[in-house]
Design a protein around this ligand. Structure first.
Ligand code: PEP
Ligand code: MN
Length: 334
């Protein structure tokens, strides 16, 4: 729409788009209003001819398969606000906490430590996707209750994973950000479900998925009406065995070029070993990630999951200090 187009003109365009049988998504920018017309390409000329309307500036076909996620659809970057924490802005977000919630003392102790060190979101899994059915599967609702308790005490919003649509109401009730894990990146029915929610979704990249597949999964959530999607690179499978996964740092600038959505990096799952988490955290910030997800445990030796890649609170505190000059060097803060 032309700058300053009146509301009636916007409503009229939305109505015309719907009359053609397309969906109309309103994207309200600071200066300009964009209306995304999403359809299967039929009667495309009727959409294109709307360029002749008085308040329409131009009609731009989006050639990428992902439309709402595309940079072409939105000026600037999407900034997602979670209880006052902005994700995608100048200030980097740090989500830290244990892989799994294991008990009250554990989660409260880690929550206090990461808060003190400067983290702005608490992570912790209550439903765990484990390779073996005999491994610890998470504390389920009990774990969510403990996360909520840690939030109450520290003021940190919480991010936690949902494994299947059946548990979605429960996870929704307790969380501030809902995580869709790597193994579920292409669980399209789950993506459609979280697309209907009004809470931010942290979408992790699948173990063997391309950047375009990753963005198409984000598109599922956006197309459902939920615009609050945070992407997370967490390492992909390669031939390398020295690390658990290969953290694909190059995906960050590529994704920044293609989408307005924020992207954070998870060097814990990305490397699998705490020794490499610091270096890859700094590298992630340097290549433009909007934040980090880092696993922290008070006793990694006896952690129920992912102990080998978890930092102790002291190491995490030290890392936060070391990250500050890196962030500043590229004009950001942490
Ligand atoms: C996690 O965050 O603990 C997790 C299981 O992540 P991913 O889905 O990236 O493996
Ligand atoms: Mn983990």
């Amino acid at each position: 729409m032309k700058p300053g187009a009146p509301q009636e003109a916007v409503d009229e365009v939305i109505k015309l788009i719907k009359d053609v049988g397309y969906e109309a998504h309103l994207l309200q920018g600071e200066i300009q209003t964009v209306i995304a017309a999403v359809g299967d390409g039929r009667d495309k000329s009727r959409i294109e001819s709307m360029e002749s309307l008085k308040h329409v500036e131009k009609v731009v076909p989006i050639l990428k398969p992902y439309k709402l996620a595309s940079r072409q659809t939105m000026e600037g970057d999407s900034v997602i606000n979670v209880g006052g924490v902005e994700i995608g802005g100048k200030h980097l977000v740090v989500m830290a906490g244990p892989c799994s919630v294991e008990g009250e003392e554990q989660i409260l102790e880690v929550a206090r430590a990461v808060k003190e060190a400067g983290a702005n979101v608490l992570r912790g899994g209550a439903f765990k996707p484990r390779t073996s059915p005999y491994s610890f599967q998470g504390m389920a609702e009990e774990g969510l209750i403990l996360l909520a308790k840690a939030r109450e005490e520290t003021g940190l919003p919480i991010v936690t994973e949902v494994l299947n649509p059946r548990d979605l109401d429960l996870v929704y009730k307790y969380s501030d950000i809902i995580q869709v894990g790597a193994r579920n990146m292409q669980n399209f029915s789950l993506l459609k479900e979280v697309g209907r929610l009004d809470k931010p979704i942290l979408l992790k990249r699948g173990l063997a998925n391309t950047i375009d597949e990753f963005l198409m999964s984000a598109e599922y959530i956006l197309a459902g009406g939920n615009r609050q999607v945070i992407l997370c690179e967490r390492g992909i499978r390669t031939f390398e065995t020295a690390t658990r996964n290969t953290l694909d740092l190059s995906c960050i600038p590529v994704i920044k070029e293609r989408t307005h959505l924020p992207i954070i990096s998870d060097p814990s799952h990305g490397t699998g070993y705490w020794q490499y988490v610091g270096a890859l955290s700094k590298a992630s910030v340097a290549v433009g990630a909007d934040g980090l997800m880092i696993e922290v445990h008070n006793q990694p030796e006896i952690a129920f999951s992912d102990g080998a890649q978890s930092l102790k609170p002291k190491k995490f505190t030290q890392l936060m200090k070391e990250l500050r000059p890196v962030a500043e060097a590229i004009g950001r803060t942490i």
